[in-house]
Write a protein of this length. Structure first.
Lengths: 228, 228
DNA sequence: CAAGCTATCAAGTGATCTATTGACTATCAA
DNA sequence: TTGATAGTCAATAGATCACTTGATAGCTTG
């Protein structure tokens, strides 16, 4: 007979990764890392908690296999551990919205009234036609770490001062970190208040990147058949 | 300025679901429920813990939106809360294998030496040709709650006594709950010890079901274009 | 209604987790 | 070497969690 202890060990090991998602602080860190790799200090400031605490949570995430760490001179850079980690976080986030009314309510409270949104397919079509301007309203470092092709960086803080840069005869589409990020919502409200047609992109940068990747893979698999 | 409290509330709400995955006991319950709905008592027995404790963990899973509960006369039936919950659990499980060496080691310890496996595509082809026998070695109730089309139920306990039922001139493929379930491994070892060609299916029933569903959806989307 | 089964609740204890504080280490630059 | 910056460690107090035990509630059956 197989001992029960071995099975327990197995589930305990999986729970090691599960624990990563059990703390709101860690989720916030994951959410930030989904945008761009950062060092401890930046993460601490962005999430508004002490450096020591941030460091400890990052170590927990590291133990859970969700992030990688690399020393870079005097600082340590943490990054999400690959697409699988990102996918897992997004899956949890999305599942929580649809399964827990609590989450949806919290999201509404945080984001405020809903603003007009546009989906990926429609945006792609409009970009091809060239009759929209796409702006990335995240902080500049996140834009630099990766952004949608053709987007221009206008961090939300600077939007008010830089309205003139945007052509008045085009609709503006703003995107940010994802569905729970308020930047795009705020941007659209600001733009509309200034009398400009504007919508927000439903997806954020991480979702867009993954979608891009999977369509590429899909297209490739139509021509080349992969060997097992 | 938006208050930080609202963002915290949001992450706290998501962490509510995350907590579901932080305990090995709860993961074991999820794993059982991925096979078939059950009542508290059955789950307690199957996972080897007290009824009270099981009940409490189930309530935690319920609060996390991962399971549904329905009163059925004198007992209460718990079931996984839809495919999204299943997908999430499988995603966590798979991610943990690939990201944590710890998990892989625990799996090897539990499952013993690896046995020859067969993938979904190959099995489908062989089934079409009709030169394999597919057996479901899970407990009979799980088979009844759903199984692969064309499989025959031979619970692992009964396999030894029912060897004669299996045609000697066909290869046997056994499947069970999933990659971390020892039944199929054990079945293949038993069959091979009895001098019969046998392999295990890489997937378990839940994975198979989901794959079936997504290929169906895929086929459908080629003919009908879905409206947004 | 009483008995019997199933599930939940309530209380308590020991274990684990979280966040803070202050000390410590590593790296770089002067 | 010294100082400055970035990150980690160690100790701790308070909160939360896990599991047990014994009582209670809900449903069914006689």
């Amino acid at each position: 007979m197989r001992s029960a202890r071995e099975k327990d060990t197995l589930f305990e090991a999986i729970a090691l990764m599960g624990k990563a998602f059990a703390s709101p602080r860690r989720l916030e860190l994951l959410d930030l890392l989904a945008q761009a790799p950062r060092n401890v200090d930046e993460l601490a400031r962005a999430s508004g908690q002490s450096t020591a605490n941030t460091s400890q949570h990052l170590q927990a995430l590291h133990a859970a296999g969700m992030v990688t760490r690399t020393r870079e001179g005097t600082s340590v850079r943490y990054a999400l551990a690959g697409d699988q980690a990102l996918r897992l976080w997004l899956a949890l986030r999305d599942a929580s919205v649809s399964q827990l009314a609590e989450v949806e309510r919290a999201a509404r409270d945080y984001l405020g009234d809903d603003v007009d949104a546009i989906g990926r397919d429609e945006l792609l079509a409009r970009l091809r036609k060239g009759d929209v301007v796409l702006i990335d309203v995240r902080p500049a470092e996140e834009y630099e770490a990766g952004h949608i092709n053709g987007a221009r960086s206008i961090p939300i803080d600077e939007l008010e001062d830089r309205l003139a840069e945007l052509p008045a005869d085009h609709e503006v589409v703003a995107y940010c970190r994802g569905p729970f990020c308020a930047y795009a919502h705020d941007a659209v409200r600001q733009l509309q208040a200034a009398g400009r047609p504007a919508r927000r992109l439903e997806e954020g940068w991480p979702e867009w990147r993954l979608a891009e990747k999977s369509t590429k893979r899909h297209r490739a698999s139509r021509t080349t058949r992969r060997a097992t």
